[in-house]
Design a protein around this ligand. Sequence first.
Ligand SMILES: NC(=O)c1ccc[n+]([C@@H]2O[C@H](COP(=O)([O-])OP(=O)(O)OC[C@H]3O[C@@H](n4cnc5c(N)ncnc54)[C@H](OP(=O)(O)O)[C@@H]3O)[C@@H](O)[C@H]2O)c1
Ligand SMILES: *[C@@H]1O[C@H](CO)[C@@H](O)[C@H](O)[C@H]1NC(C)=O
Ligand SMILES: *[C@@H]1O[C@H](CO)[C@@H](O)[C@H](O)[C@H]1NC(C)=O
Length: 327
Amino acid sequence: MLTLFISLFLTIVLSALTFKFVISDGDFTLLSKRHVKREEIEDKVVWITGASRGIGEILAKRLASLGAKLILSARNETELERVRKQLTGKHAPEQVKILPLDLTSGEDALKDAVDKAESFFPGVGVDYMFHNAACERPKTTALDVTEESLKATFNVNVFGTISLTRLLTPFMLRRGRGHFVVMSSAAGKTPAPGQAVYSASKYALNGYFHTLRSELCQKGIKVTVVCPGPVVTSNGSGATTSTTKVSSEKRVPAERCAELTIIAASHGLKEVWISYQPVLAVMYLIQYMPTVGYWLMDKVGGRRVEAAAQKGNTYSMSLLFGKKKAP
Ligand SMILES: NC(=O)c1ccc[n+]([C@@H]2O[C@H](COP(=O)([O-])OP(=O)(O)OC[C@H]3O[C@@H](n4cnc5c(N)ncnc54)[C@H](OP(=O)(O)O)[C@@H]3O)[C@@H](O)[C@H]2O)c1
Ligand SMILES: *[C@@H]1O[C@H](CO)[C@@H](O)[C@H](O)[C@H]1NC(C)=O
Ligand SMILES: *[C@@H]1O[C@H](CO)[C@@H](O)[C@H](O)[C@H]1NC(C)=O
């Protein structure tokens, strides 16, 4: 009788957990933190790169509504102004600072930008640096990547981002506090057939920032690495340039991605994953059962490149079973 009860109980618990996993849009630790710790965001100075559109724009809106003091960066000043006008929160849009910046413009320009960002709000420097900007990511096979696109991707995603960090961190160290929130990607945790260089750039970021934290966490520097799978911005197209066509991919809304990112940052989580299935499951497999995970990716890799070429669903389960998606 007792064993019957126990096995029934276990079955129910396991089914509930499985169900929860199937419908989840983030890793278990992240989803256990339900709300933003507002006091960690309110009145803090938050600098966001790539704030002119996509996830960065949504992050800016949400952070403003939480009472953060914002500095918005990207190359396009017109777009930054457009975003600024739409912000609402306890600090009025006029107090939001626009700091046009090209991450590829070299050390001197980056140094200038850091000096400006540090002096915008009297008496307080940058509390959070949201590294969100990234180069466009056309889909090609690993071998078809052009030299130009290889350099462009690394110049923005890796070299620009790291240089900015290296220049800003000393200011944070002097204050004994500072927090980097890094928009990495699921492609920084698992193979991403059709996006080898993008994936390489995100793996590079993960390596740099987890190492930076290990060196400086005892001096007050925090790092939150955020790894989203497919995300859709409110315009309906994937924010990625790769999926300009309508696609059937199940993508997390940018608003939800931004909310989970801010939850993660405000709770000081070190790494979080944001995605629907099957990408989330693949991330767990690669992390905890790499032999199985890489076997699976090898199965889908070739077909996924084909699907990408046709702008089909590159995350479909059907890739596993050999069905090709119509464009
Ligand atoms: N969307 C997704 O499905 C997805 C999934 C996983 C991870 N992510 C990551 O999330 C972040 C945001 O993605 P997103 O899709 O919202 O990006 P997006 O729409 O392509 O926007 C990229 C942003 O970066 C800025 N940027 C590009 N090149 C720059 C440069 N040289 N210097 C300074 N800023 C530059 C752009 O502004 P300007 O053109 O005005 O400079 C723009 O604001 C990226 O790091 C991306 O890798 C996105
Ligand atoms: C949505 O599309 C409009 C018009 O194409 C554009 O002006 C706007 O910046 C886009 N918004 C986002 C969040 O990408
Ligand atoms: C910036 O955005 C505006 C408005 O969307 C656009 O007209 C302009 O061409 C963009 N500027 C650059 C340098 O891309």
